[in-house]
Design a protein around this ligand. Structure first.
Ligand SMILES: *Cc1c(COP(=O)(O)O)cnc(C)c1O
Length: 242
């Protein structure tokens, strides 16, 4: 590739330092060690050159929410040895593609998807860590708004068991997005309860993927182990094309 734009490198470096400072401050306030909190850089809508810049600055984990964008980006940066996280809603017919490059799928929300991922990962000779996505939005659960992302908290253990059935899948823990309205801290507290219930039965399922650029402090306070940061690292996203 051509050399990275030095101005962009400096901008991302400064953003990364600021994000790490926020994480450290949040950990100090919560009495947690920053070592307990991993950062996943969500690179959606940003070019593969930004993935290279992040890697050059020490970022090891990157996330994407659409297969159409993630697949070519992962291929373009395959030489970097990064860990790829798939964090978006996933159609079953995309399972083969996602299982070919993703290491962690944060958005497993139904048994049928777990089965498709389990079969595709096995066929590819790969192991895939799966997180149960939990719906923390009571309004969407009641069918009041929008498409639901994730299972109801009460159905999480059942889906965890379905994931565990597949040899090629590793149950990693839980993931959630805070509802658009309301207090993210209260929502993440509900996630923390579900995470504890799953961990009681599956002690290795320790991942709590919660917190984005706007609410990482609340997520750290409520036990997040993985923060998914886009805007805080790479700036505002343009419109989604394609
Ligand atoms: C885009 C996205 C993020 C990152 O959001 P920011 O607010 O830009 O940090 C995190 N999680 C998911 C599921 C996303 O789609």
């Amino acid at each position: 590739m051509t050399h990275a734009d030095p101005a962009r490198v400096e901008q991302v470096r400064a953003n990364l330092a600021a994000a790490r400072a926020r994480i450290e401050a949040a950990c100090a306030k919560a009495g947690r060690s920053p070592d307990e909190v991993s950062l996943v850089a969500v690179t959606k809508t940003h070019p593969a050159s930004d993935v290279r810049i992040l890697a050059s600055l020490g970022v090891t984990d990157v996330g994407e929410n659409r297969d159409q964008e993630a697949a070519p980006k992962a291929a373009e940066t395959a030489d970097l040895g990064l860990t790829w996280h798939f964090v978006g809603q996933l159609q079953t017919n995309k399972a083969r593609s996602v299982a070919s490059y993703a290491d962690v799928v944060h958005s497993v929300d139904r048994a049928r998807l777990a089965r498709a991922l389990g079969e595709r990962a096995a066929a590819a000779g790969r192991s895939l860590t799966c997180l149960v996505q939990i719906n923390l939005d009571e309004d969407s659960r009641a069918g009041v708004i929008g498409p639901r992302g994730g299972v109801d908290p009460g159905d999480a253990l059942e889906l965890a068991a379905r994931i565990e059935e597949h040899e090629a899948l590793v149950l990693g823990g839980v993931m959630a997005v805070a509802p658009r309205e309301g207090d993210p801290s209260a929502a993440f507290a509900r996630l923390q309860e579900v995470a504890a219930r799953i961990r009681d039965r599956y002690p290795r399922a320790t991942v709590v993927s919660a917190g984005m650029s706007g609410d990482l402090e609340a997520a750290v306070e409520r036990g997040a182990t993985h923060l998914r940061l886009g805007t805080a690292l790479l700036g505002n996203r343009g419109p989604i094309v394609g």
